[in-house]
Design a binder for this molecule. Sequence first.
Ligand SMILES: [Zn+2]
Ligand SMILES: [Zn+2]
Ligand SMILES: [Zn+2]
Length: 396
Amino acid sequence: MKLFSCAYCGNVLYFENIRCEKCGHALGYLPDANRLLPLQADGDAWRALAAGGAVDERYGTLRRCANAAHDACNWLVPMAEASAYCQSCRHNRVVPDLTIPANLQDWRRVQIAKNRLFYSLLRLDLPHPERPKDGTAGLCFDVLADPPSGGGAHIMTGHDNGLITLALSEADDVERQRRQQAMGEPYRTLLGHMRHEIGHYYWDVLVRDGGRLDQCRDLFGDDREDYGTALQRYYADGPAPDWQTRLVSAYASAHPWEDFAETFGHYLHITDTLEMGRAFGVSLQPQLRTPDAAALTAKIDFDPFRAENFTEIIEAWLPLTFVANNLNRCMGESDLYPFVLSQPVVEKLAFIHDLVSKGGAPDAELPQAPVEVSGQMTDGDSTQAQREADTAALLA
Ligand SMILES: [Zn+2]
Ligand SMILES: [Zn+2]
Ligand SMILES: [Zn+2]
């Protein structure tokens, strides 16, 4: 994600803003331009403004995404497009009953996460075909509220052939944190769910249908292992004991598909967060006179969504996470990025970089050389073992 600025008054703007605090103009996000535009009403439509208040003709006539009526989307749609919904919301298939105030409040949080997901997908130029009404192909989202207590099973978040189901209850902070603790997870967010589930979708599109199955199996394992049995085993016996040496999370040990989805989600965490580092001109130079401190220097002056190779990304990412984690510790908060990326995980991330950089085109070439990270860098005393102990203490 990047910073935006108001073309009318120069004020710094953030992705979810709907009004410029400085000049008071309504704002809308136009994905094709990747701009948050100051707007002026033009009958039923909107026009973008330039500095001085002239209409900026480049953007044509625009309307708001229909979900603006629920205060649930600030994206714009060119008048020439038929859909009433924006490029993100036209993938919404089922939304919860919005006449229930709690549902509306939770769904708005889901919308924020989904629009941030789509920001990344659009920046990476990843395919996101719409699913026609009553169709079975294409990408769509069902956001479902749990049935009233005693009225049936909880909604399970998951992916099935392009349909992403998200339990609305995950938007409730108390409920999500309860689940996070019960599962012993170091990280659980709506955006994390979105990025994980879309990973399953892109396994279908870019790996299975993209001619990359053999390479993927070499790195992530054989996905022909029965999925249902594997999940049952995971929930009965817990994660593989050696997961920390080869997987990004404990849950990734449940099945190769889960490993891929977890790792794909991390790739989106990394590129999106790095872009914000770049937007702020983050440059790191630890004030320590030791050669090891050199590994912690970084200058985030490249577009992570267009990076040539994954080495560039990971060399900036690790130092950024160490800074962020240590800043959080100074505030008595838990780590922003509570993960350790082992060498096998870095190689999997490099594979995903290769996959998304090619937009899924079949490729017979060998994967790029493994990415070397000099030494096993860690961000201090919060090792995986410590995190495990912390989690165990929390659950005790
Ligand atoms: Zn402004
Ligand atoms: Zn929308
Ligand atoms: Zn999954």
